[in-house]
Design a binder for this molecule. Structure first.
Ligand code: SAJ
Length: 433
């Protein structure tokens, strides 16, 4: 890859990270080929359309496809830089599954040539970039491979985790700092030159293993801190305290910044990545493991509390507000809100209505439960009980006058002025606004 020319780039995996990344690189002027195993995804992108929802992504993809800078395919082609952004799930025992990463390595290995840079972005257990390197070495004995040759290697291999927040992906892809971990310092330098083309944030180089661990640590840090807030919410409830008030006051301390309790931790990162650390060092991770347990338990706690409330008011109609895994996005995978709502749907059937402005229709598990999808106006008119599961802005802005007579279980703390909130035991208590 020459520094004065725009490298041809191949992005492997066109999901929530791969597609925005491919589009941002294409916007910087590089020709980008996106690889995906789904013909449907490939066809959608080649029409200039997108298969995921993300702020401003539709216009960006449409533009770069129309300018011939981004195209998608199921077939690999030679490029100067390969960016791998495939899923790394875990199995039932929480053991990480890096098979998609290794499959990506097998896919690109045949077309690699002297000077190419291979970058892994998928969240990965420590040591995965070396596994990827070994896979390439096995398939391409003709290439001099970094870390395995004493001579100047033919290719560079690095790990550079994405750290973007769903809902702000395009902005954060450009503006966040990046950690770039090379298999060797030379690999890091080559990968750095690539990221500098489209990242405005600071790009910091390190070794591959440290960069892998950094990504896991970031999400485990957040998980542990959310667990603290979730544990507090249960304790405060038992003591008859308003946890939001306690947190608001504690956060006035200059060195305290407690996060927000909620119905549990969803998404595909924070609830997953900490397990990669635990799996790598099971004896040494009681805190991280416990935090996972606390956050998972919170979902069940919310179900039990919501059930008690609905049972205690046998004729009231109930609206569950939100199904997404967090505010203002249409992502329902691994969502605690969806878990709680589906449990209520199964138990109470047609007494339950769902408000989710980001869903065109209800997910499959609601079929045949008798629940209906309504909008927030209908919920405010027809439902005596409101269970807030997601802090979408459309819920947040509902004024007190429209909900003062409702019985509210607010798992997100969006309505601090609500006069009647639900206690641990399902009874209600009056809070002065
Ligand atoms: N949540 C709370 N309370 C809070 C904050 C979040 O209950 O105070 C819940 C959310 O409602 C959601 C879950 O946690 O269910 C995760 O949401 P999030 O906004 O904390 O994070 P994600 O999963 O959308 O994105 C995270 C980010 N990581 C960090 O903030 C350390 C993002 O930067 C990463 O790029 C992303 O994971 C990823 O891909 O790994």
């Amino acid at each position: 890859m020459k520094s004065d020319t725009k490298p041809a780039v191949c992005v492997v995996g066109l999901g929530y990270i791969g597609l925005p990344t491919a589009a941002v690189i294409a916007r910087s002027g590089s020709k980008v080929l996106g690889l995906d195993v789904s013909q449907k995804v490939v066809d959608t992108i080649n029409r200039g359309e997108i298969h995921i929802e993300e702020v401003d992504l539709d216009g960006l993809v449409q533009g770069v496809v129309a300018r011939g800078l981004l195209s998608a395919s199921m077939e690999v082609a030679p490029a100067d830089v390969f960016v791998i952004a495939v899923p790394t799930p875990f199995d039932k025992e929480h053991a990480p599954d890096v098979s998609y990463v290794l499959a990506a390595a097998r896919t690109i290995a045949p077309v690699l040539k002297n000077g190419d840079v291979v970058i892994l972005e998928s969240t990965s257990p420590v040591g995965t970039t070396e596994q990827l390197r070994d896979m390439i070495a096995e398939m391409r004995p003709d290439l001099k491979i970094p870390g395995l040759t004493r001579e100047t290697p033919d290719i560079s291999i690095a790990y550079c985790p994405e750290r973007v927040l769903p809902g702000r992906i395009l902005e954060e892809l450009t503006n966040n700092d990046r950690s770039i971990g090379g298999i060797t310092p030379r690999c890091a330098r080559k990968a750095l030159a690539f990221y500098k083309r489209f990242v405005r944030g600071e790009c910091v180089t390190t070794d591959a293993r440290s960069a892998e661990m950094t990504k896991l640590v970031e999400n485990a840090y957040r998980d542990v801190n959310i667990a603290f807030a979730n544990e507090l919410s249960i304790v405060a409830d038992r003591m008859g305290l308003d946890v939001w008030e306690v947190i608001r006051l504690a956060n006035r301390h200059p060195r305290v910044n407690i996060l927000s309790p909620g119905p549990g931790v969803g998404g595909h990162c924070i609830a997953v990545d900490p397990w990669f650390i635990v799996h790598g060092a099971p004896e040494d991770t009681p805190l991280i493991r416990t935090a996972r347990g606390v956050n998972d338990h919170k979902m069940h706690h919310v179900v039990a509390k919501a059930e008690a409330l609905v049972e205690a008011h046998p004729v009231a109609k109930v609206a569950c507000l939100g199904l997404a895994f967090k505010a203002n996005i249409d992502d329902f995978r691994e969502s605690p809100a969806r878990f709680v709502a589906s449990r209520l749907a199964r138990k109470f059937g047609e007494r339950i209505a769902i408000v989710e402005p980001y869903a065109a229709e209800l997910p499959i598990e609601f079929t045949d439960t008798g629940v209906t999808q309504i909008d927030i106006d209908e919920a405010l008119e027809d439902c005596a009980i409101l269970i807030v599961l997601v802090d979408h802005d459309v819920f947040r802005v509902v004024p007190l006058a429209e909900r003062a007579d409702k019985l509210v279980y607010d798992t997100r703390g969006i309505w601090p002025d609500q006069p009647r909130v639900v206690r641990e035991d399902g009874a209600t208590m009056a809070l002065t606004p």
